[in-house]
Design a protein around this ligand. Structure first.
Ligand SMILES: [Zn+2]
Length: 268
């Protein structure tokens, strides 16, 4: 055995510890580095994703699971942020290929269960398509089982309701999380209500219509919504609850045998 802690955080483990863990499930966070208004740092999505995945993997392993945290990808899709400086980005096809390569490398280790945790809204459509591309490369039951959740989607309703002002970017939710995770990086004097603009064409406002919103039109300050009621307490409750939810997913996946129709029951 080893003397180091079996946290499951790959970047902090030795080769002996990784061999001893013999992971059953691998978790891969995919985030972004892009502007988050005058009050939050570019790394906001990456800090949040890393924190949620780290806590989820640590908790699952404390409960006896064998989960491994892969290094978090800090660059994603940001084609709609070009009006802002240094919104880091790679193309849709490149992100898809990076994720497919990582999935393949994990499969080559003999791992059959992979969880992607997305931390950036601009990545969602690409990652969903990537799951289908991966499935298409294997016959039925071939390749690893890959599923995806997100660090915001994993927040249970009760904790989500702590957030009084809705925003999908750099609003009360992300500001609260950063006040908990990296308060030193939050410019508290800059907290404000940042404008969120709807399209002028009314029929484009419906949820079932999709287009790529140029972010300088949607959120001219790069952040949107009221942020002045953000707090570290809300951020901690939300971050912990999301980590707990993902930990439970990992524990369930860890314990489930890979059988014929996984994850569905055998034909009756
Ligand atoms: Zn963000």
């Amino acid at each position: 055995m080893t003397d180091g802690p079996t946290t499951g955080i790959l970047s902090e483990m030795t080769i002996e510890e990784v061999e001893a863990l013999d992971p059953e499930v691998v978790v891969f966070g995919i985030a972004s580095t892009e502007p988050h208004g005058p009050h939050l740092p570019y790394g906001t999505d990456t800090y949040q994703t890393e924190t949620v995945v780290r806590r989820a993997v640590t908790r699952a392993n404390e409960e006896g699971a064998r989960a491994l945290m892969y290094p978090t990808l800090p660059i994603g899709n940001n084609v709609n942020f070009k009006a802002f400086p240094f919104a880091c980005r790679m193309s849709v096809r490149t992100l898809m290929n990076v994720v497919l390569d990582v999935i393949e490398a994990i499969e080559e280790e003999g791992v059959e269960k992979i969880v992607l945790v997305n931390g950036h809204g601009g990545n969602t459509a690409t990652l969903t398509a990537t799951l289908r591309e991966h499935a298409g490369r294997h016959g039925p039951g071939g390749g690893a089982f890959v599923c995806m959740t997100s660090n915001s989607g994993a927040i249970p309703e009760e904790e989500r309701s702590l957030i009084e002002h809705e925003s999908n970017h750099a609003g009360e939710l992300e500001t609260s999380r950063m006040l908990h995770i990296r308060p030193d990086l939050v410019r508290e004097g800059e907290l404000d209500e940042f404008p969120i603009q709807l399209p002028g064409i009314e029929h484009l406002r419906e949820d079932h219509v999709t287009f790529v919103p140029r972010w300088d039109g949607y959120m001219p300050a790069s952040a949107g919504g009221e942020t002045r009621e953000s707090s570290a307490e809300k951020g901690e409750a939300i971050t912990d609850a999301a980590a707990d939810w993902i930990a439970e997913l990992l524990i369930e996946l860890d314990a489930a045998p890979i059988d014929e129709l996984f994850p569905f029951p055998e034909r009756s």
